[in-house]
Design a protein around this ligand. Structure first.
Ligand code: SAH
Length: 339
């Protein structure tokens, strides 16, 4: 087993603020080397299915939050979701990620049926859920139905920042509690945060890194904050590719075995984001399997990419790009290799 290699607060501060190019390049190289040791040159792909943009939550940064009356709401039915999985399986995906707003119509019975059906049709696959906060009973039923992994970002480990990003009906403690509970049920859990979200700071990102040390999630997802025109944060600055990739490398070095995606948000603010993420130590890419009307309306932030390298149809192109840098896409469930 590789050792966890945690930085001191001072080292983190320096790595996140330095202008020393060689120091930053060393950071990325060290992260790449660790990813290579654990996951070789293999990049795991996950088929993302955006199942609904109805949401009962009011997250201030998010374009599909309940207060937005300007978007066209949609939800996929069971048949459409199974069709996405079918298409994904043919493309070579062995993990499906069901992600959506917190849509009250898509209840536990709905998901239990879908999870059981996908597992019956494609037993050699993993199902990841990314459905926001649910009840304990719900997490239990979804796990029992066959779901394998759950993504729920903590968004900010600093309580005051968290509270400025969310209405009072959400709390950091609630999210942490959810994650700890899901882990106890046997879910592989994923958490993470938005880089340079409004009110965040280098100090709050250091707190993010330290919360991740405590939670020891199998998956870590981070991406730059990107403003959405229909939210109160519409005039806020976007996060940068530079800080996002430094944080990716730090997280890889501290969490050698974690499954870490190079995210769509990173590729949205930087046209070379996908590959920069991989070269900073990420080892997962999540192309989109959603039907086009879903892609167009699943607008978490402005100009969200859903074509080319972001689409399942762009898999060959993505593989060609990765191969130019010595990596390749593999047809694999892509399980966590840590303990
Ligand atoms: N509703 C579910 C899943 C969809 S949101 C949930 O809340 O977990 C998935 C992730 O998108 C969020 O965790 C958040 O970190 C990210 N996101 C939302 N709005 C964003 C924005 N404006 N910029 C960047 N990332 C955003």
């Amino acid at each position: 087993m590789l050792q966890n290699n945690n930085f001191s607060d001072k080292e983190l501060y320096e790595l996140l603020t330095t202008n020393d190019k060689s120091m930053i390049e060393n950071l990325h190289k060290k992260a790449r080397d660790i990813a290579q040791k654990v996951y070789s040159n293999e990049v795991y792909i996950r088929g993302l299915i955006e199942i609904s943009n109805f949401c009962r939550q009011g997250c201030f940064y998010c374009g599909i939050n309940r207060a937005n009356t300007r978007i066209k709401r949609y939800r996929l039915d069971k048949k459409e979701i199974i069709e996405c999985a079918h298409r994904g399986y043919e493309f070579g995906f062995r993990t499906f990620v069901l992600q959506g707003g917190e849509d009250p119509i898509q209840d536990d019975d709905f998901f239990v049926e879908i999870i059981e059906e996908i597992k019956k049709l494609y037993p050699d696959t993993r199902i990841t859920l990314s459905l926001g906060h649910r009840s304990k009973e719900s997490y239990y039923r979804l796990k029992k139905a066959g779901a394998d992994r759950y993504l729920l970002r903590h968004e900010s480990a600093n309580r005051s920042v968290f509270n400025k990003l969310h209405p009072a009906d959400q709390s950091l403690d609630q999210r942490v509690d959810d994650l700890v509970y899901m882990k106890s049920l046997g879910f592989h859990i994923g958490t993470g945060f938005m880089v340079q979200a409004p009110f965040s700071s280098i100090e709050s990102h250091i707190e993010d890194i330290k919360l991740i040390r405590k939670l020891k999630p199998q998956m870590i997802g981070i991406g730059p904050f990107i403003s959405h025109k229909d939210t109160i944060f519409k005039d806020q600055n976007n996060g940068t590719s530079d800080l996002t990739t430094r944080l990716l490398s730090i997280l890889r070095i501290e969490n050698p075995y974690a499954l870490i995606p190079s995210t769509t948000a990173l590729n949205t603010i930087d046209e070379n984001g996908r590959i920069k993420g991989i070269l900073s130590g990420a080892n997962v890419i999540m192309p989109n399997l959603s039907p086009s009307y879903a892609k167009e309306n699943y607008t978490l932030y402005d100009k969200k990419k859903n074509k080319g390298l972001e689409s399942a149809f762009g898999l060959k192109e993505l593989d060609d790009l990765l191969r130019r840098y010595g990596y390749k896409i593999v047809v694999d469930k892509g399980d966590y290799k840590g303990e």
